[in-house]
Design a protein around this ligand. Structure first.
Ligand code: B12
Length: 345
């Protein structure tokens, strides 16, 4: 992995994704013949559902290779294992899927590529059996208490109560950044864990997230803008990326620090971002990405910005889970990064 340059890794990722249909078809046929019990009986996936999931394995494998991080694929394997186990499936099936993928992909790639893919799939198979230690419960603090109340309120879908809680916390003297990170971000991360472990449904997660977004909007007037601004910033979630709250918080917190910000939301087409940069005469572009499979679109966007505007302005700052999972990527792209959360800035 160390030795393969980023452009080669991107090509490999692209090739892998192009094999998705062929691979899922061939491997599911193989499994159907050799291990029909994988698709029959209670709680077993249909072949189509299995193919979708195996396609996701391939997508994340491609993202990890593109991002230059085997650890990112191990993290995916641990995550997928937790999701399966909490829904009464077996992590052994995941290991078997990775082995089947290895056997099929092994014959279709160049030797150097094959080595990498095999290395990643084996690391993933190993990690699937080792779920890691859950983080220790943080010490109780006033903000922690507010966060727990906030979480149960958004899970009820109660926008009024959630807004009231946030405004009360401001009156108690907590700052906007503290609320954003210690309360909203932590509640959102906990929502992810609750969904992952099958304790809430997708609909409950969507509803709770919508409440958090409405509370963010209600707090916006409490952010004071500083004049004259420190510079012009455009923040966007990359194309294909649906996670928006990280970019939203970044926008608000930069505004509170004195930047004149245009937040484009997420899943924004590349040309739209270029146009916004020109119109806003941006000094800085913030790119947010959460999913590993967003790596190619991040790379494309950075290249397009450099091609259109030259090597130095706007500066580019990237952040979000993608860059935590693939920490080499920002350096390889020649951009600045925030690999933690906004407490880091
Ligand atoms: C809400 C949510 C969604 C919503 C998002 C809606 C919305 N309007 O945003 C929806 C339903 C769309 C969604 C979809 C999916 N999601 Co989702 N989602 C989440 C959840 C629960 C919360 C995200 C969030 O709000 N985080 C809070 C923000 C504040 O945190 P943040 O993004 O990390 O941002 C901070 C920093 O990273 C940093 N930062 C972020 N961006 C930037 C940019 C710059 C420039 C800078 C400087 C800093 C910075 O600053 C921020 C503030 O500190 C997460 C759980 C999690 N751990 O994040 C899962 C999670 C990310 N999702 C997950 C998954 C699997 C998916 C789906 C694939 C599900 C599916 N099968 O469809 C899809 C993928 C869609 C896509 N193409 O992107 C998994 C990812 C697991 C993995 N191994 O990668 C997670 C971790 C849930 C889980 N535990 O299983 N999701």
């Amino acid at each position: 992995m160390e030795a393969m340059p980023i452009l080669d890794r991107l090509e490999l990722g692209h090739r892998l994704r192009n094999l998705r249909g062929e691979m899922t078809q061939a491997v599911s046929e193989e499994l159907c013949t050799r291990r029909p019990e994988r698709f029959s009986g209670p709680r077993k996936p249909t072949r189509q559902a299995w193919a979708e999931e195996a396609g996701e394995h391939l997508d994340f494998l491609a993202g990890a290779l593109e991002g230059g991080s085997l650890a990112a694929f191990e993290e995916y394997a641990r995550w997928r294992s937790r999701v399966l186990i909490s829904r009464a499936h077996s992590a052994g099936d995941l290991v078997e899927d990775f082995e089947e993928m290895e056997a099929w992909l092994g014959t279709r790639l160049e030797p150097a590529e094959q080595d990498l893919v095999v290395q990643a799939l084996r690391a993933g198979a190993q990690a699937a059996g080792d779920l890691g230690v859950s983080p220790a419960r943080p010490a109780p603090t006033r903000l922690r208490e507010i966060q727990e109340r906030f979480l149960s309120t958004i899970l009820k879908g109660d926008r009024r109560e959630a807004t009231g809680l946030a405004l009360e916390a401001l009156q108690e003297g907590h700052s906007i950044p503290d609320l954003y990170i210690e309360v909203f971000q932590e509640a959102q991360y906990e929502l992810g864990r609750l969904w992952e472990s099958n304790r809430i449904t997708v609909a409950e997660e969507h509803m709770a997230t919508a409440v958090t977004q409405s509370v963010l909007a209600r707090l916006y007037p409490y952010i004071e803008s500083v004049r004259p601004p420190l510079g012009n910033l455009v923040v966007t979630g990359v194309e294909g990326e649906m996670h928006q709250i990280g970019g939203h918080m970044v926008s608000d917190l930069f505004e509170a620090r004195g930047w004149d910000v245009r937040f484009l939301g997420t899943n924004v087409p590349r040309d739209g971002v270029l146009q916004a940069l020109a119109e806003h005469d941006a000094d800085l572009l913030g790119i947010s990405a959460t999913m590993l499979f967003s790596v190619p679109n991040v790379v494309e966007l950075v290249h397009a910005v450099r091609q259109r505007f030259g090597p130095t302005r706007p500066r580019i700052l990237v952040g979000g889970a993608t860059f935590r999972l693939a920490p080499r990527l920002a350096g390889e792209l020649g951009v600045e990064s925030c690999v933690g959360d906004l407490r880091q800035l």
